[in-house]
Design a protein around this ligand. Sequence first.
Ligand code: ACO
Length: 424
Amino acid sequence: MSIAQLTYEGKTIELPVITGTENEKAIDISNLRDATGLITLDLGYKNTGATKSAVTFLDGELGILRYRGYPIEQLAEKSDFLEVAYLLIYGELPTKAQYDDFTHQIKMHTLVNEDIKKILDGFPASAHPMGILSSLVCTLTAFYPESVANPTPDNTNLNIFRLLAKMPTFVGWAYKKSMGHPVNYPKNSYDYCQNFLHMMFALPVEDFNPDPIVVDALNKLLILHADHEQNCSASTVRMVGSSRASIFSSISAGINALWGPLHGGANQEVIEMLDEIREMGIRPLDYLEKVKRKEVRLMGFGHRVYKNFDPRAKIIKKACDQVLSKLGVKDPILDIAKELEEAALTDDYFVSRKLYPNVDFYSGIIYRALGIPTDMFTVMFALGRLPGWIAQWKELNASKEPIGRPRQVYTGATNREYVPIGQR
Ligand code: ACO
């Protein structure tokens, strides 16, 4: 084991350097405060490893992403969403028997307690579907109270099936609510993605047949979103879970973290940006000038970790061309997106800051071609990210890491005397 040395006020201490399986190195500062009285300050946790994890590996410099060691490119091409969910949650690809049992268990939990529909009814039509989703997921703590206090491993596993099974129902219901349409019930003769499309788009007045092209594209998109190591929402799930909060409330918190425009909310913002460029007749190059003047951000560009191509963006761009062509959709914003990307990749502003398209740059264009409305895009991201959040929560719980409780450098007022209100 190698050692790093830190000298402060004439005293030198030794800090162990630990090495991960992909040879990335970290200084273990667990004893720093005890030894020196110092803490570290790292705004945005840009240099801070908050945990050890065996779920997902990514190398932002080389543009590598692997779930449990399997390259994202292979999983996106060869696997399906539930197989990837199994891999993330349990650590290995399932055998045929394990896969059949897993998918069967999920089907056995797709129905949602009818009282949850009353909660859904209480939301105004203006409710954003992410707010509805996080509320309904948190509501599961009330229906499965044994999840709250020291659940057994079997109970946790059951709750994992419940989450995966009920999420498409919640998403479909949130959409139906916004449309003023009657909600659908799950159909267990369908596979996961077929059932999701049925929950979203089937109407009582006509037959519904999920389009295999759409099912295939959906599987791919969900796989690409399934985990991304210690991002804002996964860290939120782990932080909340570290207080031993239930899996439902931890994942509900993750959904809220994902909602923000700098995280999952960016896919909606990308489409809104592209639509604005089209509607206002702005030339993409002129829009980039606005970005460079820092009047706006180029949504769907840049990433905290990738300083190279986001490998998911490469796959999604290719899928975007294929899906639109197979479905016979001609969307003018795809041309605008390509023009923006091409120009940005040769512009010094973006090159010098290592800003590349991220997963959100093209995903919204596919979602739109699949008939998914813009304000449901972040919900789609949440549906895909669910297995990752579950895997992160499960790993955290098994590790018995201490409660997450960062410190701070206090910058407020120093000690002062209380002044009664009449004398202020
Ligand atoms: N457009 C224009 N400039 C950008 C962009 C962008 N999209 N992203 C970063 N920059 C610039 C910043 O202005 C800054 O420039 P400066 O050095 O002159 O001040 C520099 O690049 C570094 O940016 P930071 O904000 O410090 O980078 P950080 O790692 O904190 O942010 C983030 C990453 C939030 C993703 C950022 O790139 C961004 O806002 N992108 C647009 C939103 C987006 O697409 N988010 C989705 C991310 S992927 C995901 O969550 C699934």
